[in-house]
Design a protein. Structure first.
Lengths: 424, 286
């Protein structure tokens, strides 16, 4: 059947862990190891076993011509690995994928952009990197500039651009790529809301032109809007393949809200996180119970438990809060206050709990997603997981409950209204 | 579904089927794919040149200044101190004409070796034949060479050196230097990705290699019994050949050139296969 343009059969990708991610190996290490090998063999020791991890395994699905397929799953579920294999960046370890037609992949916008070059020069460079021919770029040049809205600065080096302008230009080049099959990863998660809307618009144009698209996103509303069907990945396995509406419901009900506590097993923590080691993230009610259902009229406590294997300077451990549809509510760090920041300028090795309280009468009735981030500003991001756990808010007793209507909005504060009668 | 049968039996040019599966052992060079991405080579060379001349204050002046300073130092060391004869060729031209192909070569191997690491964000995000990266960094050094070449022509006019008929061999010798540089660069760029201390090895190697090449002294200074061994350095043929083609004097350094061509091609072909073999893990290693 030539109508199947992407056929993925039992695809798997295995990574070695520890060896390359942690620290670049040096030639010296390799020589030392090679020298030790005969000695070890004499002593009858086994070869040091390499630790490996299957980032995905046994993935099979098909995409028809003109179909727009969503790929959803938590961080580390194997989505990016799948896209990397399909865009020919890395080879699968087992299985195969058969793709008919020219593939264009957008795993990032602005790949290869050079700060020193002007907007005009970067359009050509980036276009060529994405696989466009010079003639093709020339033909679309005006269109690209027009879409980006940076005409005035097109001959200015991009290092002088604001980050918004930079992203707009980068996306514009990408948006004018015209492959038969387009593979897109999370690129829409950047930029301001206005620009995101414009990108989504462009994406739906692409989709309606009958081109085949594989679209990965955390933004459930974008997935719902743009894709016909979706696959759900979980821990490297394909667990669900259905029309989008169904898949999103499955994902929201199962993948997310299983537990009220997210615990990290050692295999789940990338070695790049060291010396930071997350242990658990949990939501606790005022009675000290770990729970995934909190009443909106009660305060709730968010706890991050972690261990430091070595002291870290300027560490900040914090949480993201998102709605279930992927919209951001807030980001907050344990050293946000200047005092706390100075007191914990260096955090010694040891086991910690960072705890904060979200006040009562804050949330509206809905499901929320908590993520965690541990980083030193401008130095290193040790660990990040945007979708670590979900919890639900029950609004019984919340302000305005006397009316059984749905209140719009992410938050539902108890505001201090005064009604004054004005003297006539 | 007559339409689909039509497509199946006569695939359009763009409707090629791509099969992604694990590969093992030695694989084909896939030069067809490289040809398809020839414009990317052009754009990367163009980028390297633009960025280099935009970033440095003196721009093109560096391309002239560096070999000139090297020449002055070498003349002092080998001429005034060691007193090594250069035959009928004036010493400044003798040294400068050898520094040109040498600098082209050494810059090319250093840049090519670092090229994969320097372009790692591209490698992890977009597909293109990885060969494009070291290839374009080797080619981007040609501009520096051309700038310095203009100075050499000026010097030849000043010293009234007659240009021999062999001058048409110059482009061929440059091609030979680039071939060798790409060959060496392919090996080092792949190693550099796996072992980050290779980066520190290369400048050292390059310096040692320079002293082992007939830049500040002629091949004839090497004792006869060592000459064959000495000529196993493929840059001997390139440097001697370049000097001979441009300035004349003496015979064609035939043996050195033949050895050089042979070794360069062997290094390049082996390098291409090695690079292709290592290529599949590049994105995972970076």
């Amino acid at each position: 059947m030539s109508d199947i343009v992407v056929k993925v059969e039992n695809l798997g990708k295995q990574y070695k862990i520890g060896s390359t991610i942690d620290r670049s190996p040096t030639l010296r290490d390799a020589i030392v190891r090679a020298a030790q090998r005969p000695m070890r063999r004499l002593r009858g020791e086994a070869r040091p076993s390499k630790e490996t991890i299957w980032a995905m395994r046994g993935i099979s699905f098909e995409v028809k011509r003109g179909q727009v397929l969503g790929v959803i799953g938590r961080n580390g579920a194997g989505k990016s690995t799948l896209l990397k294999v399909l865009s020919q960046i890395t080879e699968p370890t087992e299985g195969y994928a058969r793709i008919t037609g020219r593939v264009g992949s957008l795993l990032e916008v602005g790949t290869g952009f050079n700060q020193e070059l002007t907007g005009r020069e970067n359009i050509f460079l980036n276009g060529a990197i994405l696989g466009m021919k010079r003639r093709e770029i020339l033909k679309k040049f005006d269109e690209i500039v027009d879409f980006s809205g940076v005409e005035k600065f097109i001959d200015t080096p991009v290092k002088r651009y604001s980050s918004g302008m930079y992203l707009r230009l980068a996306f514009s080049v990408a948006a004018h790529l015209e492959p038969e099959i387009l593979v897109v990863d999370e690129v829409l998660a950047v930029g301001d809301a206005d620009f995101q809307r414009k990108c989504l618009g462009k994406m739906s144009d692409v989709a309606s032109e009958g081109r085949t698209v594989l679209f990965v996103s955390h933004n459930m509303s974008a997935v719902l809007r743009l894709t016909d069907s979706a696959i759900v990945l979980e821990r490297g396995k394909l667990v669900y393949d259905a029309p989008t509406q169904e898949a999103v419901e499955f994902y929201m009900s199962s993948g997310y809200s299983q537990t009220s506590e997210r615990k990290w097993t050692p295999e789940e923590i990338p070695s790049s996180a060291a010396p930071f080691r997350p242990i658990a993230l949990r939501v606790v009610n005022p009675r000290g119970q770990t729970t995934d259902l909190v009443r909106s009229i009660e305060p709730l406590t968010v706890e991050v438990e972690y261990e430091l294997d070595a002291p870290i300077q300027g560490l900040r451990v914090g949480v993201y809060l998102l709605t279930i549809r992927g919209d951001w509510v807030f980001t907050s760090f344990d050293t946000d206050s200047a005092e706390q920041y100075n007191q914990f300028a260096t955090r010694e090795a040891g086991r910690y709990v960072s705890r904060c309280q979200i006040p009562a009468d804050f949330f509206n009735e809905s499901q929320y997603v908590l993520g965690i981030n541990a980083s030193s500003y401008r130095i290193k991001r040790y660990f990040q997981e945007e979708h670590a756990l979900t919890f639900s808010i029950d609004s019984m007793g919340a302000p305005g409950k006397q009316w059984p209507e749905v209140r719009l909005g992410t938050i539902r504060p108890r505001l201090n209204w005064k009604i004054e009668e004005q003297a006539r | 579904m007559s339409n689909s049968t039509l497509i199946e039996s006569q695939p359009r040019a763009s409707e090629e089927t791509l099969v992604l599966k694990p590969t093992k052992g030695w694989i084909s060079l896939n030069l067809k794919d490289l040809w398809r991405y020839r414009e990317l080579v052009y754009f990367l060379v163009w980028r390297d040149i633009l960025v280099r001349y935009k970033q440095t204050l003196l721009g093109a002046a560096w391309a002239i200044f560096q070999p000139l300073m090297q020449m002055v130092i070498f003349n002092f060391l080998f001429g005034n101190m060691a007193n090594i004869a250069t035959g009928e060729i004036p010493r400044p031209i003798f040294t400068f004409s050898a520094l040109l192909p040498w600098n082209l070569f050494s810059k090319a191997i250093i840049d090519a070796s670092n090229s994969l690491v320097a372009n790692r964000n591209m490698i992890t995000k977009v597909y293109f034949p990885r060969l494009v990266v070291p290839l374009s960094s080797v080619l981007s050094g040609v501009v520096d060479f051309l700038i310095a070449f203009v100075i050499l022509v000026g010097m030849m006019v000043y010293y009234q050196v007659a240009v021999p008929v062999t001058v048409w061999l110059v482009p061929a010798l440059i091609l030979l230097a680039l071939t060798l540089a790409l060959g060496v660069g392919l090996w080092f760029s792949a190693w550099n990705l796996h072992y980050r201390d290779v980066r520190y090895l290369i400048p050292f190697l390059s310096q040692f290699w320079m002293l082992a090449s007939p830049i500040a002294y002629p091949l004839s200074e090497i004792p006869a019994q060592w000459q064959t061994l000495y000529m196993l350095n493929p840059m001997v043929g390139v440097v001697e050949g370049f000097r001979w083609a441009l300035l004349g004097g003496g015979d064609l350094p035939q043996t050195a050139l033949l050895i050089s061509v042979g070794i360069s091609l062997a290094v390049l072909i082996a390098g291409l296969y090695y690079f292709r073999r290592m290529e599949r893990t590049f994105a995972d290693t970076v």
